[in-house]
Structure formats: C-alpha cells, structure tokens
Design a protein around this ligand. Sequence first.
Ligand code: IVH
Length: 702
Amino acid sequence: MIDLTNKLLKTSLTAATATEQNATETAAQLRQLLNYYDRLYYIEAASPLPDTDYDYLFDLLRRIEQKYPNLRTTDSPTQRVGGGLSGDFPTITHTIPMLSLDKAYETTNLVDFDTSVKKLTTQTDVAYTVEPKFDGSSVALIYENDLLVRAATRGDGEQGEDITANVRKIPTIPLSATFSKYGIYRAEVRGEIIINKHKFVELQQTLITSTGKTLANPRNAAAGALRLKDSSRVAERKLESFIYQLAAAFDQQGNDILATHCQTHSQNMEMMNKLGFRTPAAKQYNAFEICTNINEVIDHIDKWKALRDTFDYEIDGMVVKVDKVALQEQCGATNHHPKWAIAFKFDAKQAASILEKIDFQVGRTGAITPVAKLKPVQLAGVMVSSVSLHNEEFIRERDIMIGDTVLVERAGDVIPYITAVDTDKRTGTEQAVVFPTECPSCGSKLQKNEDESVWRCLNADCSAQVEERIIHFAAKDSMDIRGLGDQIIRNFYKDGLLNSIEDIYQLNYFKIQQQEGWGTKSVENLRNSIEASKKQPLHRLIIGLGIREAGQTTAKTLAQTIDKDLEELYDWTTEKLKTLPDVGPKVAANIVAFFAEPKNRVIIAKLKELGVNTQQHEDAKRIERGKLSGFTFLFTGSLQQFSRDKAHELVEQNGGKLLGSVSKNLNYLVVGENAGSKLDKAKKIPTINILTEDEFLALVHN
Ligand code: IVH
C-alpha cells in the first residue's frame, strides 16, 4: 500500500486522465486505497496517512470521476459526500421484526435468564457472549450482491423508515462488503448508530453557536442526524456505528443459511469485522467476550461497570447473547424480545443539585450562553459544578429558576446537562432568570434574530469575542498551534501580548520570556509551532477564520474548489457556493457575508503578509515529500545489514517517523535476527506490516 500511496500522491489529474484506460486503472487504485485508509481510520482507529494526503487522493478520484462519470461506482468513497435532499422517508416493512431486549437489573435476573435458556434448549451448558449495549439509534442494513442496498430505522419494530441516503454518509458503514466470499447473497446486519462522546461535545458547541439548537444527549443527536432531510449535512454530525448482529443470511437461491453457515454470533462478528464493519469484537475496542457459563458473564459485567466511563461511546448496559445461532433459534422470541438475549442495565447517571447562579458567557460569534453554577455534586465519579443552559429558550422551556433543585445527567461522562427541575422542592424563594439585555463583556445592546434562539453581541471588537476567536484560530481542528492553548491565549490577551489573530504571528518573544513560567526552551517551542502553523493546509486556515456554520467538511470543500488563493472566495456568490456539495443556503450566505466584511479581508491580507499559507496546495510540493512520509517504523532484533543508527536515519531522511514501542499506531516493524517480544506483540495487531531488512531496503530504495 505504501508504494501505491506514494505513486498516486505523485499522480496529477492530467496524467491520471490522459487516456480512459489510465483513468479507469487509477480510479480503481484510488478506490482501493481510500477504502483501505478509511478502514484503518474508522475501524482500526489508526491514521498513518496525513489528512492532506488523504484529501489529495480523494480529490483526485473525485476529479477523475467528474471527467469520466461512467467510472463513478455506487460504492466509490466519493459517493459518501454530496447528495441532496432525501425528502420524506418512505416506510418499509422489516422482513424480520426488530425487537427490543428483555432487561436485567440484578445478578439474579441473569441467573433466571440462564435457567430459562437451558430449559428452552434442553442444554446443560450454554456459552454466552457479552458486549456493550450502545446507546444510540438502531439500523438494519441490507446487502445484496455485496452492495449496500437499503438502510432502515427500527421504527415501531415492524415498520421503519428508509434512511439509505443518510446512512451512506456514515464512514464506518461499508458501501460494499464481500459477503459472497462466505456464500451469502443477501444479508441483513443490524447495529447501532452512535456519536463518540467527545465528538458530541464539539458538535453540541458548533450547533449551539451556529443555530442555537441543542441536542439533549448523544442518543438524540444520532437519531436526529439519521433523519436529517438534507443528507449532505449528515457528514457534519460525525456519526459512527457498531454492528451487533447478523440478522439474516440467504444464498443465491434464496435459502436461509444463517444457522447452517453462520453458526455462532461470535464467528459472525468476526466475519463482519473482516468484511469491514465495525463491531465490538474488533480487538482494539476490547468490548466483546465469550463466556462459557453465566457466572463468567456476571464477573465480566462487573468489570464493565467500572470500564463504562472509560469507553469512548455512551453505553447504558451490557447485552448477553446465546452464542450458538441454532440454540438462539430454539429459544425463539416473544412479541417484544428474543428469549436468547438480555440487556443488563447499568444504573442511571443522575444526581440532584441546587442551581446557585447563572453566568452569561460570550462566544466567538457573540452568542451569549447562560451557564448554570451548581452546588458541586458527584456524578458518575466526577464533580460537577457548571452546566451549560444553552440559550434563553432552554431555560424557559424547562422553567428553570435560580435556587431550584435540578436533576443533572452526564452524557457520556463528558458533559453534564440538566434534564429537569424538581418543582416539588420549590420553597417560594426561587428567582426567575433575568436574561441580560447588554453584553456582559463590552456592554453593547444584545440582539436576537427572529429565526434564532440565541442572543448575540454584535460588536465584533468586543474583547470576549476577540479572545474566543483567537482561541478558535489556534485550536486543534483549526491551525493546531501546539503550546498556544486556551489558558495561554487568555493570559497573553490579558497582558496585552496578543490582541488579534494576526498578533499570533508577531508575538514579542522577548517579553514572553520575561513572563512567569516561561523559559528559553518553552519560548523556542512556542515559536517553532507558530512558525510551523504558517504552512498548514488551506482548509485549516478557513476553519480557523471561524465562518459561522462552516465546519471541517465545508472548509475542505471550499479549499478543494479554490483554484489557487483564498482571495478567490471574495467574488463568489451564494448561487455559486450553493452548487458545492455540503453547502446549503445558510452556510453560503454566511460565507459571502464573511468575505464581504472589510475587517475580515484585512485579517486575511495581514496573515498572508506574515507568511501564513493562503494557497491551495500544488501537486509539485508533494513530489518533494519523503517516500515513507506518514508511516511509522520500529526496528527489533539484531540487524545484519545496517546499524540501528543507519536504519533510523533512513526512516527520517525519507520522511517516516520512528516509534519506541509496538502499538496500533505502528505501521511497519522491521525484524532482524533473534527478535523477541516486540515481534510477538506485533503479530497480534493485524494492521502492522512485518518486514525483513531486505524488504525494508526495497521500500526505501524503490
Ligand atoms: S441485540 C433484539 N446488541 O438495544 C435483539 N442490541 O433494547 C437484537 N442495542 O433496539 C438486539 N446495543 O438497537 C443488541 N450490542 C447490542 C446492542 C443492542 C444496543 C439496542 C438495539 C435494540 C435495543 C433494544
């Protein structure tokens, strides 16, 4: 893959489309590569390829397909983006009902479940699997002839909604999967669509500042995103999936081969993993266990009570399933749930506290966010004292008053939120919330658009806004300036060292060095990362500028469409912008308004003058990149053909990175003689390529 990647990264559009034959071959190779990196990224959580390189390959494929539309296959990675209104969702009837799960709250319920299973199957020993109960929105996916043909919501269990267009936008759902390798012509797989807890927090912030809307928790966020009318917006919601069941399998003649060909749930999960689905059985999640009896199940669930908080996804329990499909069929089902599975539910994470006061914070777009200050309360192991109330509407809808006893939940252990007010606890001393009419930072009069629920400070020079804009510019998803974090920016701003985004590139390092806590080394590091950020790809600068509602996807689309320089955008109309994938009328209007604003043009001109990249990358630049760029290496055993130092030098000279130990971030382990534990460990991680010294040399020299 490394050779193919390097080859394609050096391929220009002109070369790729010189003949139709070239285009056909290159498009097939690009699809293969992008699918490979998608799998690494989304399923294995590894990212050996820098974003810019991925984008280059993706863009090349998109442009080849634009030139030769007949090369656009339905499972091409480009077919996940773009798309338009899916309109209403037609109802579809599930061929096999999507049932609910029976619930267990105590160990005794699990023991009773085991007794019932043994009775129904007339077995004395039954093996079970245990996996998380994902708290999202369930989907059924139908694959025919190895292609995803339909996706549906659970609905009432009998009938769901056809959400195929939206599901196709979820990167962890394969658009094609070679079930045919296993003799399966038609397969129905089921799983849960979810949002990573941390991504949910980011999404919540983006949505609240841009639209004023709030999402109660990751589950609602996933369910809402799945039903977005405009499928091109689905990608922004960062949906992910976990597949938890092969629900049906038929051969070409239409024979049901589930129980005969796919004999255990654990093997089916393994198979689906291999086919490119993300399942809890994938090694890196460590979230799937086969237990030989119910006591092992109980012990394992006990362990997960503590692990729950460390898991990246919201889970509300563990699901126990009979492993053998034939035994599952013997157990059967009620109208409500299968008798071969049960969900052990964890305790809810709720606590009550007193709302002591409300602070009003000013965001980078001037949006005013009310934040409730609570009497500190322990919630699932963390002390909670501050909770966002999002906007005035949120407060009014829930009738929240100062002094109230409020119920707090933590979505995914990351952000706490208020679910309700305990009005029975009211004493009559509570006070209504008075929303400010003036900006708490600069004092200017707050305004509210008719179609929005947020109050805003419209003074772009308001110091709270300026400070937040600088923070956003330097943040990880924007210009990613390491060492220039929130608190440092706040301190610099307070001390007058940093008054605008442009100031980042004209910092007085001499003065900084005299500040408490700064030394030669730390100042040097800061300077280096600021300098390095000047070369960030264009889409990062676009994100950093903070155009309302223009997130990563839109920024990438804009950067890809720009021919040479960011300034081209100054002349683009909303009509032109609306023709781009992922750009709706509102975002288009925001982009036009942003670039029409003279102050923003001044910022861009200054940044350019200070050496910040405002250009779309050129193909020429990437030819200079090292052959091993984006890949990680580790050497083990006694090397015969070169010294360890020489090996390291070769990697670094060619743009590769060295790692100190075996982990899933490692791409290549180069093995000398008498290799030991590192080799053993690497063999257990399927994504690591194990090379001999000769193979390594071939990689470098070819
Ligand atoms: S198995 C009904 N496994 O829980 C038998 N369901 O309360 C098939 N869910 O609608 C379901 N994680 O969406 C199964 N690991 C898991 C699950 C899971 C979440 C959801 C599922 C279902 C609901 C039932």
